[in-house]
Design a protein around this ligand. Sequence first.
Ligand code: PLP
Length: 424
Amino acid sequence: MFLGRAGPSAAKAGEALMNPRIYFDHSATTPLDPRVLAAMGPFLGGAFGNPSSLHQEGRAARAAIETARAQVASLIGAEPEEIIFTASGTEADNLALIGAVRASGRPGHVVTTSIEHAAILETCRFLADSGTKPGTKITRLPVDSDGLVGPESLLRALQSNVTIVSVMAANNVVGTLQPIEELAHLTKLHGVLFHTDAVQAAGKIPLDVNRLHVDLLSLSAHKLHGPKGVGALYVRKGTRLSPIVFGGGQERGLRSATENVAGIVGFGAAAAIAREELAEEALRLARFREQIAAELRRVLPQSYLFGHPVHRLPGHLSFGLRGQEREVGKLLAALDGAGVAVSAGSACSANHSSEPSGVLLAMGFDPERARGLLRVSLGRFNTQKDVDRFLEILPGAVVTLSVSRDAVAELKFPSATLAAGALA
Ligand code: PLP
């Protein structure tokens, strides 16, 4: 093969080295932290034992899982034996709701919100439609235009017989944090179980299961720089829960199957790092967010932010562009082409990004506005340079959309970002 002059691919590689891609989609998933990968390494190689085996290989795997269990527990102030490893955040959500309803021995009544992730909403649909007749009663609490659940609506719902209340800690689309402590406290006063889906919140904001009064809490490793395909459900001691996966009785009988040892070890390492670095990292990401929000206001006056202005995830920002709501797919593609990965709504609904977001509709936005959400979510390896470059690229990408010349003329772009021919 001819290996002479550097060709176009070498030029491309050189360009990529000069301008590495900017990954701003950490709410969808996060890159594995190299320290996590290093911790997992032995369990993808020589340390292959089955944790249920009694020999040395098995005992080594068991010990690694128990270390990870303690690390994950420590992230949320739980006892290690209260952590049940699952194959995902989705499975943890399924186990919490289906497990609680089955354990109650009745069709039951699940109270949740109108802005939960599909892992909760679809599980509720399953419970309502399946098996017993009548199916489980489902109440979806409304949210306000910031995405907050009001305690009054929860109190009203608690007047009837409720099996479990499930409210997410942080919303994946708009980043709003719910007042979990208050909602769980009210729920517990009525003697009802409380579950929170903390998949987006864990590792980003402090979480303590005892301060929050929660009985069940879902986690997912890949949202905190751990591996994909590993989750956990915190189950408070004494909580009655039925399994949804049956077999050899692993994980205290609540999640049969040979454990994903390397994945669980990675989850443990990721949880330990997140706990150690959380306070500083939250401040750093919140500063980046504020810089992006301020610059949006300055250079794109047609932009507006979604979600609660204060009670929100630190590195998460969702916005729309007035009059350009239908162009969000084009904007995403333009940014992608310019080296920036962002998301339109949640990863799970990315294929339907032209559809109005169910979360925004529930927050009271009209279908037009609800189509136009762009989500920027930052993470551990993002730098000030990434933020500055994104802010250079964004206005130029917006100009390439099919806005009228008049509308563009009104915008105050820094002249350098108005690429020649962009309005053609
Ligand atoms: N819950 C929330 C709030 C999420 O954002 C996600 C993933 O996007 C999940 C649950 C599902 O987690 P997993 O991807 O581990 O199944």
